[in-house]
Write a protein that binds this ligand. Sequence first.
Ligand SMILES: [Zn+2]
Length: 211
Amino acid sequence: MIHEVLPVGMLQCNCSVFGDEETREALVIDPGDDIPGILEIVARHGLTVKAIVITHAHIDHIGGAQKLKRATGAPVYMNANDTELQRMLPAQAAWLGAPVPEQTSVDVAAKEGDSITIGGTDFHVLHTPGHTQGSISLWIPSERKLVAGDTLFRDSIGRTDLPGGDGRQILQSIHDKLLPLPEETIVIPGHGPETTIGREKRFNYFLRDLA
Ligand SMILES: [Zn+2]
């Protein structure tokens, strides 16, 4: 499967573009900004965007979603527990001193147990609250990849001091939903370099008390 990661916007959110080589269908995760850059990747591979997935409603992850939706006609998936946070987008923009992005109309309430199929590849929705109440991660078993949003980073975990954050809950989510995945699973976090489940199990200081 085609997979490109493009860091977008001033907080350099990792936007993922996945594409099926046969059907040329694509799924885009976290188009926070730089929609022209994302569309360039889509066009270069001759892809058609079938789904836009938001891992959580922070401005750096959702900021460009409506623009990408308009350009592609693809439905937007987001967990309903982040609806309130999404309404706070103007406040989020003010915290960063950034312009207020267009509001995104969400088409599908993505929840635990859902899966989105692109070509022959299943993207499983894992509800991993803690960074925000509606944070989701996408597990792609056939690719052995996890797109973790801001739940798990290389050597770190998501901050929990913003509205909707919960420090105990994020550890519970990581323990229950992410650490059971195969150790060789490649983790694409919401920011920064990729890692693996096995590496974070061994070296991530924030996970030291988790079995
Ligand atoms: Zn975030």
